[in-house]
Write a protein that binds this ligand. Structure first.
Ligand SMILES: Nc1nc2c(ncn2[C@@H]2O[C@H](COP(=O)(O)OP(=O)(O)OP(=O)(O)O)[C@@H](O)[C@H]2O)c(=O)[nH]1
Ligand SMILES: [Mg+2]
Length: 437
């Protein structure tokens, strides 16, 4: 097949600053949008940010500003407008009509990059599922929009407008495809579950972090692998695991996986569920942070929010502050000092320097050798299985039985995750008791 080189799409970036947070921080999110756009192979010709307390329901930014942009679109030969937030279908339609440009919102841009970077069958199916779910939610909004404008009191008859009927048909078609894909993904999930079970005898450590932080670079260095590394967002969409020896006595399994970003589309989080199991099932997370980014502390928060969303908030975390080689200005040195104080379980490295890898191994080893936490728990005597489990799995420092209240109080030392699990079991048990009362 003959290959033709396609001209790059020329785009304007458009943002809305609502006054939340500092303006400089907001501008960094537009820089990030620019990096995303470049990763998607388009050329950024200009950027517009309007200050408004909240989005305009019809045109996102003010209509006057849109018309100003329309003139610039003609001058600069721009064909696409990329927005720093998600748009409602009505906003996208109105802006397209006013400017005659293709309209792409933040989620669509991220989904496009995922679609471009998906290599394996599993990643491809997961991206397709996310795309379908996003389109489905858009069609649902559009359908609601139609019902609102056409369905005033007394106007809804048995015959519907052609647009509305088509949307309903499309929705049903998409729904069918979604169920089919979900079934296929569950099948793949079963196979990887078997693989993960085999590794249960080793400690599993997962690399997590903001996209482009250097996770794959670090993974390659630690495991002598050759995974794809690039100054692009979402270079990695699959998880890869390897066994490595930290020292002659400690063998662990380390996993590289997908990076996170602020406002990571929910459809991606749910459709990449099986890939993210590497994170939710790991015993320890190594949170890799690019400290050359001036807003790296905000990035840490974003990553922690996604970790909460996927149910990994109780995991033990060690911080690997990466790209130290790029930090030499005064501001960066202050940032480093602040991070050092706020994150005691951490190391500062450059994944480019082989000698820094020892620091990472040492950090993990220290963790593995001091992994226990102490807590006192009160357990109803009826929960015999849990009590037996604790006696076997944890270090029980003290145990007192209160026959009158049918409880046992135990001071135990064990892993953080196990403690969270024990607390949850007791809470669930009490809730069931309360409901049955
Ligand atoms: N200067 C410098 N660059 C680094 C360092 N570590 C990684 N990089 C570069 O940062 C870019 C991103 O690295 P990756 O390892 O692909 O990052 P990632 O976290 O796996 O990114 P995603 O898979 O996209 O989430 C690449 O261009 C790397 O060469 C470092 O310590 N110093
Ligand atoms: Mg990567």
């Amino acid at each position: 097949m003959e290959k033709t080189k396609k001209a790059k799409q020329r785009v304007f970036l458009i943002g809305l600053y609502t006054g939340e947070g500092k303006r400089d921080e907001y501008n960094l999110t537009v820089d990030e949008l620019e990096h995303l756009t470049k990763t998607a192979n388009a050329k950024v010709v200009g950027r517009f940010v309007q200050s408004l307390s909240r989005p305009n329901s019809k045109t996102y930014i003010g209509k006057g500003k849109i018309l100003e942009i329309k003139n610039r679109v003609v001058e600069e030969n721009v064909d696409t407008l990329i927005f720093n937030d998600d748009l409602t279908p009505a906003q996208a339609k109105n802006i397209a009509e006013l400017t005659r440009c293709s309209i792409v919102d933040r989620t669509e841009l991220i989904l496009d990059i995922f679609a471009m970077h998906a290599k394996t069958k599993q990643a491809k199916m997961q991206v397709e599922l996310a795309l379908l779910e996003y389109n489905y939610s858009k069609l649902r909004n559009l359908w609601q929009h139609f019902s609102r404008i056409e369905g005033g009191i007394g106007t809804r008859g048995p015959v519907r407008g052609p647009g509305e009927t088509q949307i309903e048909l499309d929705r049903r078609e998409i729904q069918k495809k979604i169920s089919l894909l979900k079934k296929k993904i569950v099948e793949i999930e079963k196979v990887s579950l078997v693989k993960r079970k085999k590794r249960k005898s080793f400690q599993n450590v997962a690399l997590v972090g903001y996209t482009n932080a250097g996770k794959s670079t670090l993974f390659n260095k630690l495991s002598d692998e050759d995974l794809y590394v690039a100054n692009q967002l979402f270079a990695t969409l699959d998880s890869t695991s390897r066994a490595i020896n930290l020292d002659p006595k400690h063998k662990i399994i380390i996993s590289d996986t997908i990076g996170f970003i602020r406002k990571l589309p929910h459809t991606l989080v749910s459709s990449f569920h099986s890939t993210l199991l590497e994170v939710t099932e790991a015993e320890l997370l190594l949170h890799v942070v690019d400290i050359s980014q001036t807003n790296c502390e905000t990035n840490i928060k974003c990553v922690n929010e996604v970790l909460t969303e996927i149910g990994a908030e109780d995991k033990d975390v060690l911080y690997v502050f990466n790209k130290s080689d790029l930090v030499d200005d005064l501001d960066g040195k202050f940032r480093k000092k602040r991070l050092m104080l706020n994150y005691p379980n951490s190391v500062f490295i450059s994944a480019k320097f082989d000698e820094d890898l020892k620091k990472v191994s040492k950090l993990i080893l220290t963790y593995l050798n001091n992994v226990k936490y102490e807590e006192t728990v009160k357990i109803p005597l009826e929960m015999e299985k849990l009590i037996d489990f604790i006696m076997q799995q944890a270090d029980v420092k003290e145990k007192t039985i209160d026959q009158e209240n049918s409880t046992v109080t135990m001071r135990i030392q064990t892993k953080k995750e196990l403690l969270a699990n024990i607390r949850k079991q007791i809470k669930d048990y009490k809730q069931i008791k309360y409901i049955n009362k």
